[in-house]
Design a protein around this ligand. Structure first.
Ligand SMILES: [Zn+2]
Length: 71
């Protein structure tokens, strides 16, 4: 049996791609002569539009056995 113990922690993080907004903006040139721009909104691909990311932090623990002794 493995002596490794695994524990998980879950947390929520603000998406760094969209700063928690859930979308990203992109300025698109609509009129070259008048230099007009339209702002396009795109659903953030990093967080799927939720603005948050779920984090699963895995911690593994096992007995610390000095290598000289173990071999
Ligand atoms: Zn995002």
């Amino acid at each position: 049996m493995s002596k490794t113990k695994t524990s998980y922690e879950y947390s929520i993080e603000i998406c760094s791609t969209c700063d928690g907004k859930g979308f990203t903006t992109k300025n698109v040139l609509t009129d070259y002569h008048r230099r007009e721009y339209d702002t396009e909104f795109h659903k953030c691909v990093g967080c799927d539009g939720s603005g948050r990311l779920e984090c699963k932090i895995t911690t593994e623990k096992w007995p610390h056995v000095p290598r000289e002794v173990a071999t």
